[in-house]
Design a protein around this ligand. Structure first.
Ligand code: SF4
Length: 253
């Protein structure tokens, strides 16, 4: 039987962590237990074939010479500019969303609107900054009215994401939301069932198979469903990522 004092301490600690992550006030009744999950095998960097010192140049070249001038799908006709992604070319952690929104289309940077602010906060709660990770989307141009990208658009843009992941060769990928999660994991299962459970990236391209993937809710979904349950779920997912990356979890208060 579990020690009631230890259990209360754990609940209080969890509430503090959630508040640090996303703000807001919580009561113990709203706290959630962390799910029991099976950790993936020890992450090993895939052999991406690009030397660490060459990764930034490889990404820049793809962006400048291919993505910025890309007309492979219809989104080229409605975009203001492409949104390649940004961050550390040698990042151990890559966040992948579905596609740019209006703010991203205007600035050319990923996740820079309200959802981006939340993602930045989430990354900060992990003890990291945006420059420590790499952030990108499945499609590099904004779908009109922020709709989900269509399958032909995803297929057209897919080689860019594959090459980004091959070059960066991360230890862990966090997929955010249904479109990115389902496409990268080649599944029709929904994010609600997948989130919080480690998955392995299929062999989508050379040297990518087996990378641990943690699916979680998209920050835009969190903002639309700003409940203690959803926030606690996301923080739980991120803490699992921190554990696998060997990052220090928040100390007890
Ligand atoms: S979404 Fe991708 S494939 Fe389509 S035009 Fe933009 S960069 Fe090219």
């Amino acid at each position: 039987m579990s020690d009631p004092i230890e259990s209360l301490t754990k609940s209080a600690r969890q509430l503090i962590e959630i508040e640090q992550l996303l703000g807001g006030q919580f009561t113990p009744a709203e706290a959630n237990s962390l799910p029991e999950v099976q950790l993936p095998k020890q992450p090993v960097r895939a052999a991406g074939g690009v030397a660490p010192e060459d990764k930034a140049a490889a990404l820049d070249e793809m962006n400048e010479n291919e993505v910025k001038v890309c007309t492979r799908c219809g989104l080229a006709g409605t975009r203001t500019q492409t949104v390649f992604g940004e961050g550390d070319p040698n990042a151990g952690l890559v966040f992948v969303g579905e596609g740019p929104g209006q703010n991203e289309d205007e600035t050319g940077r990923p996740f820079c609107g309200r959802a981006g602010e939340l993602l930045t906060k989430m990354i900060g709660a992990m003890g990291l900054s945006r420059s420590d990770v790499f952030i990108c989307n499945v499609v590099k141009c904004r779908p009109p009215q922020n709709r989900n990208p269509m399958s032909d658009e995803v297929e057209a843009c897919w080689p860019y994401l594959m090459r980004q992941l091959q070059i960066i060769s991360p230890k862990v990928i966090v997929t955010m939301g249904n479109p990115a999660t389902q496409k990268l994991l080649q599944t029709k299962r929904g994010i609600t069932r997948l989130r919080g459970n480690w998955q392995e990236l299929p062999e989508l391209a050379d040297s990518l198979g087996g990378i641990p993937v943690m699916p979680t809710f998209h920050p835009a979904y969190v903002l639309r469903n700003y409940s203690p349950q959803v926030r606690s779920d996301v923080w739980s997912d991120l803490k699992q990522v921190m554990t696998v990356l060997g990052l220090e979890l928040p100390k007890d208060k």
